[in-house]
Design a protein around this ligand. Structure first.
Ligand code: BES
Ligand code: MG
Ligand code: ZN
Length: 491
């Protein structure tokens, strides 16, 4: 979709659709929210019947005048960047149904927000709401058209152009991230995802290395190899590097869980829990498109993305409960449950990242525990980190982007529960309690001293229904959070 900014000369024609955002209390203000320049249009309709509830939208087709698309903002005192994103996404449904392909957007002026905040939030909401995964639909009447253009009327067209350019880059990569997660596990498999990462190496400042089974064996990644053993596609590890600040030696490594299908392994998942498990690579997908977005933005930062990729499948050669495998860092791990596979592949990836890439910060992102979904629902992600500084960087980026996180503790006491009779550690606890903290406690054992944070996106990466600008199924959670976090780190 093309986003453009125009200084407030309203030159729309009778065929255009003009979006007017109205807050709930509009009725009491008697037209105060309508810019003078279009009052000749709005005068023709009685706007007061429009309630302005958040998410509410209404198309008023007018002949010989631009049509009006009213969009509700909710209560005037409760407008935030996040509510603006959701309000903007709320108009996409009407656009699709009525086959509207372009919009002219008048910016509301809510208290406490400056024009560029309003602009970027509305542009994000429209861009992110304008999504559907229809590549397997063969009937034309089931494929809704998408918006192609949105023009925003602003007071500073030059400054706004930069904001919209940035918004389009970050949001288009979020949509690509959704596409890769929504794609079938037949097509989005370890080799095809590694190939997708490799494609980015064409971009300025980006390089990519891929390890296949042989290399993983040589490196001693016993956990990733064990989990991926029964997969039809062999396990891989892709490493992307983006050098945007060659003068600095500092860097951040993002590590993403890339289980392209999680059947649970021999501890097979039951019906009701297995159907959407092609999304178990959402962390890896977020990392790939963060690197792509960073390179397109030309961020002056140094990044690595490390993606352990494999399938967790059932076969005669599946890894088994009771087996013991040796991690990259030498730690031996007893398999208590083959469905706790994410922490195993991440353990190898984290230890490799710290030892070989030597970044200054590590953040991993993973659809790691059902317990995180139970705790936070689909609304916010779990954040666990021994570093207050890194945790705060992620937390504030979450508030800014709406991809929110909430921190859980990592007290040493939890490590108790990961003891094994026969190996250094077990991959599961003997109790069912504190699943998200236990998983993070396991990961912590594979990062020695680098400031590290873990983001559990089991809930936020996949929606059981549409929620504002987050669609049903893959949400693309993580790309916007990472880009915002990266901007605040000195790397
Ligand atoms: N991929 C799952 C976690 C998950 C569950 C993600 C639901 C998204 C939605 C992970 O590999 C898993 O199976 N975790 C187990 C761990 C348990 C066996 C200790 C879980 O959470 O049940
Ligand atoms: Mg699992
Ligand atoms: Zn999993």
């Amino acid at each position: 979709m093309k986003l453009t900014a125009r200084e407030a000369t309203f030159d729309f024609t009778g065929r255009d659709t003009v979006v007017l955002f109205l807050a709930e209390d509009f009725a009491h203000k008697k037209g105060a929210a309508v810019p003078d320049k279009i009052s000749h249009i709005t005068k023709k309709v009685n706007l007061e019947f429009f309630k302005g509830k958040s998410g509410e939208s209404l198309l008023l087709p007018l002949s010989d005048q631009p049509s009006l698309l009213l969009a509700g903002l909710g209560k005037a005192g409760e407008i935030s960047r996040e509510s603006l994103r959701n309000a903007a996404a709320g108009i996409i449904g009407v656009c699709r149904k009525k086959k509207i392909s372009g919009l002219h957007v008048l910016l509301p002026e809510p208290e406490g927000l400056v024009e560029k905040e309003v602009l970027s939030a509305l542009a994000e909401g429209i861009f992110l709401g304008n999504y559907g995964f229809d590549r397997y639909k063969t009937r034309a009447d089931e494929i809704d058209p998408r918006l192609k253009t949105a023009v925003f009327y602003v007071t500073d067209a030059v400054g706004s152009a930069g904001i919209l350019r940035e918004t389009a880059i970050v949001c288009s990569n979020t949509l690509l991230c959704r596409d890769l997660i929504n794609e079938t596990s037949e097509r989005a498999n370890p080799s095809s995802i590694a190939a997708e990462a490799k494609k980015l190496a064409k971009m300025k400042g980006v390089s990519c290395t891929i390890f296949g089974r042989r290399e993983l064996e040589k490196l001693g990644m016993g956990l990733l190899l064990a989990v991926g053993r029964a997969g039809h596609h062999p396990p891989q590890m892709a490493i992307l590097r983006y050098t945007g600040n060659p003068r600095s030696k500092k860097s951040l490594a993002i590590v993403g869980k890339g289980i392209t299908f999680d059947s649970g392994g021999l501890n097979l998942k039951p019906s009701g829990h297995i159907e959407d498990m092609r999304s178990d690579m959402a962390g890896a997908a977020a990392c790939i498109y963060t690197i792509k977005a960073a390179a397109e933005l030309g961020l002056r930062k140094n990044l690595y993305a490390v993606l352990p990729l494999c399938e967790n499948m059932v076969a005669g050669n599946s890894y088994r409960p009771g087996d013991v495998y040796r991690a990259f860092n030498g730690t031996t791990v007893e398999i208590g449950n083959t469905d706790a596979e994410g922490r195993l592949i991440l353990a190898d990836a984290l230890a490799y990242t710290e030892k070989k890439l030597k970044p200054d910060f590590i953040i991993d992102i993973a659809t790691l525990t059902g317990a995180c979904l139970v705790c936070f629902g689909e609304i916010i992600a779990g954040l666990l980190s021994p570093s207050d500084e890194l945790a705060e960087a992620v937390r504030s980026a979450g508030e800014a982007t709406g991809e929110r996180v909430w921190r859980l503790p990592l007290y040493k006491d939890y490590a108790e529960d990961l003891k094994s009779d026969i190996a250094d550690m077990s991959n599961v606890s003997s109790t069912r309690n504190a699943g998200t903290i236990i998983a993070a406690t396991f990961l912590k054992a594979f990062v020695e001293s680098t400031p590290w944070a873990h983001i559990d996106i089991a809930g936020t990466s996949w929606g059981s229904k549409e929620r504002g600008y987050r669609p049903k199924n893959a949400t693309g959670y993580g790309v916007r959070l990472f880009i915002e976090t990266i901007k605040t780190l000195t790397i």
